[in-house]
Each structure stands twice: as C-alpha cells, then as structure tokens.
Design a protein around this ligand. Structure first.
Ligand SMILES: CC(C)(COP(=O)(O)OP(=O)(O)OC[C@H]1O[C@@H](n2cnc3c(N)ncnc32)[C@H](O)[C@@H]1OP(=O)(O)O)[C@@H](O)C(=O)NCCC(=O)NCCS
Length: 321
C-alpha cells in the first residue's frame, strides 16, 4: 500500500501538538511535596486499513460533530455516546471517578481532595462544586508550590492559584459494541515480523525511553501500574506501546499511545489501540481516550478505529500558592 504524503498544514499542526504535549509533560513533572502515602500496589509483572481518508477530513469531522451538537442545543458532553450514555457522566471528571473507584488503592486523600501517588500520576481532583475547604485540603495534600494538575476538570481554583499550563484537547469514545466498530478497526492485525506483548516491570526502561523519544503525554515511573500496557517489539526492540490509564466505572482510558519515529505508518499504533479496545470491551467496559486538539494525526488514527469525539476538554494545571 502506497504511503500518502502529508500536507504542510498537517505537519505544522502535528508539530504544534507535540510541542504542547511536551509542555504538558514537562509541567506535570514538577516535583510535589508528599503528605501521607498510598498503599504500595503489587507489581504485576500487515494491518490493512479499509477506507483511508484524506488528511484534512478528520479535523473537519471533529468540528462538524461539535458544531452540529451546539447548533441543536445539545451539550457536547452527550455527543455520539449512544449506548451506555447513562453512565457517561463519569467521563466528565474521569480522574475523580477513577480515584474514588478502581484506583482508590493508589489515592492519597485529604478531606474531599484526592490525588494519585506522584510517581503514578500528578492528576488531582476536588468535588464538582468545591468550597474553600476543598481547595485548602488540596493545597495541604499537594504542598505549597506544587503543581495542581486538574486534568480536564472544569472547576475554578481560587484566584491566587497561578495557571501553569492550559492545553485544548478532545475526549473521544470507542463505539459502544464491537459489532459497530468500522471494518478498518476489525481488520487490524499485528504488522508482519512484529510481536505484540504485555509489558511488565522489567520493560520500564524501554518504555520510558520510548516516551522520551515520542512524547505521547504525561508518563511517570509507576504509570504502568494503572492498567495493562501493551507493546510491539521489532527484532526485540520496543518500537510502539499503548496502555490503560484512567478507569472510571464502566470505562477504561487508553493512553501513552506512541510509536518510534522510524517505525511509524506501519499500523503499530492502530494495532495496539485496537488490541486494548478489544480487551476493554471483553470485560464489558468501553474505551475512551484524550488527545491534544491539534494532534491531527492521532485524531485521524483514532477516528479510523471508530472513536468519536464526546466533548472538548481543556487540560489545566495551577501552582499551589
Ligand atoms: C500518533 C502515532 C502514535 C501514530 O503511530 P503509527 O504507529 O505511525 O500509527 P499507524 O501506523 O497505526 O497509523 C498512522 C498512519 O499510517 C497509516 N498506515 C497504517 N498502516 C499502514 C500500512 N500498512 N501502509 C500504509 N499506511 C499505513 C494509517 O492509515 C495512518 O494514516 P493517517 O495518518 O492517514 O491516519 C505516532 O505518530 C506517535 O507516536 N506520535 C507521537 C506521540 C503521540 O502524539 N501520541 C498520541 C497521543 S494521543
């Protein structure tokens, strides 16, 4: 299959996306003061794409979907969700929903403020309608001068919490059932000469190296403890990976999707996203993910696999005064 040449616009937008991802990753690595600790978790130790689309089509699709919903007076939070919409509200604050549920064993909490162990993720949360005490609790939990990484929550911190970063993103959800996956997604098979493997603790150095080369977004040493991470090795070398991150009830987020620059355009990322989606679906959950709004190539890839935008999000981080 002949590779298609990217347009200058797309190259520009992708570069912008990477730059913003880097900024997000860098901001998120600001050290935090720890107060209390979480329980130590136990370590678990020739795709064919059907209908390829033009490079400029998906950004338009995304805009159209969001604009159409607005024109119809719908909240974009109900976009495309279809079956399972009844429990989609947990996706409005997936960090809080995860820390109160599947990831409670990784949570550090003061009052109603909650965060992950800083080696796992810097994401933190307060209730949807926080009061002064909630912000004081979060400040105490994180420590003076620390980064309060609110992820996509729309809560507004007190005025003296200085913004550190603001990144526009998109939340996308997988089709409700495997039968509604596009044929392009159902046909995905591992690229030839490649091995899809479940990654474990011993793979961490290779995973970190790949993340540093590709900057898929925030990743910390214990991030793989959030869920299953799959990788593809080519001649023994890890060239692509993707994993499970946030885990609100009924949903699992796919994250850290990345492929080494020299291995791109061969279906590795599609294969891994599809493999994870299948696993998630097999346990009667549904996959979702977040992507930086300007990362056109990633949005196009996810769209090819049947993911659809649910809502626009803004990732925000603030400095605790
Ligand atoms: C985005 C990213 C993960 C894609 O990885 P990848 O392994 O190249 O992805 P795929 O090969 O599955 O798909 C990429 C393109 O190759 C095409 N392709 C896949 N298999 C192909 C094949 N056998 N022949 C020709 N083209 C093929 C796909 O259709 C897709 O085309 P598109 O750009 O027109 O949509 C990679 O560019 C990356 O690591 N980027 C930096 C990190 C990042 O932004 N991650 C996403 C965070 S949300």
């Amino acid at each position: 299959m002949a590779r298609r040449k990217r347009t200058t616009t797309v190259e520009f937008l992708c570069a912008l996306g990477s730059e913003r991802l880097n900024r997000y990753a860098d901001a998120s690595s600001i050290p935090t003061l720890m107060k209390g600790s979480a329980e130590e978790p136990v370590d678990s130790s020739q795709r064919k794409i059907g209908s390829l689309r033009t490079h400029d089509q998906y950004p338009a699709d995304v805009d159209t979907a969001v604009d159409k919903a607005r024109a119809e007076g719908l909240s974009t939070s109900r976009l495309h969700v279809g079956d399972g919409a009844e429990n989609a509200a947990v996706l409005d604050d997936p960090v809080l929903a995860s820390l109160e549920g599947h990831h409670a064993f990784l949570a550090r909490r003061v009052g109603r403020a909650v965060t992950y162990h800083p080696d796992v993720a810097t994401f933190c949360a307060v209730p949807r309608h926080p009061d002064t005490e909630d912000w004081a609790a979060l400040a105490y939990l994180l420590g003076r001068g620390a980064l309060a990484d609110l992820f996509s929550a729309s809560v507004v911190p007190p005025a003296d919490w200085d913004p550190v970063f603001t990144v526009d993103g998109l939340q996308m959800v997988a089709p409700a059932t495997t039968s509604s996956w596009p044929s392009a997604a159902r046909d995905v098979v591992p690229p030839r000469d490649s091995e899809v493997v479940e990654l474990g603790a011993h793979d961490l150095p290779a995973m970190v190296e790949l993340v540093e080369r590709t900057r898929p977004g925030p990743f910390w040493p214990r991030t793989p403890q959030l869920g299953t991470y799959l990788g593809i090795r080519h001649h023994g070398v890890l060239v692509a990976m993707a994993g499970e991150r946030l885990h609100p009830p009924g949903w699992t987020e796919i994250s850290a999707v990345c492929t080494a620059p020299e291995a791109r355009g061969q279906g590795y990322a599609s294969c891994l996203v599809q493999a994870l989606s299948s696993r998630i679906s097999a346990r009667s959950e549904r996959a979702f993910l977040h992507v930086v709004r300007s990362n056109i190539s990633a949005i196009r890839l996810y769209s090819d696999l049947g993911f659809r935008p649910r809502r626009e999000v803004t990732f925000r981080g603030f400095r605790v005064p």
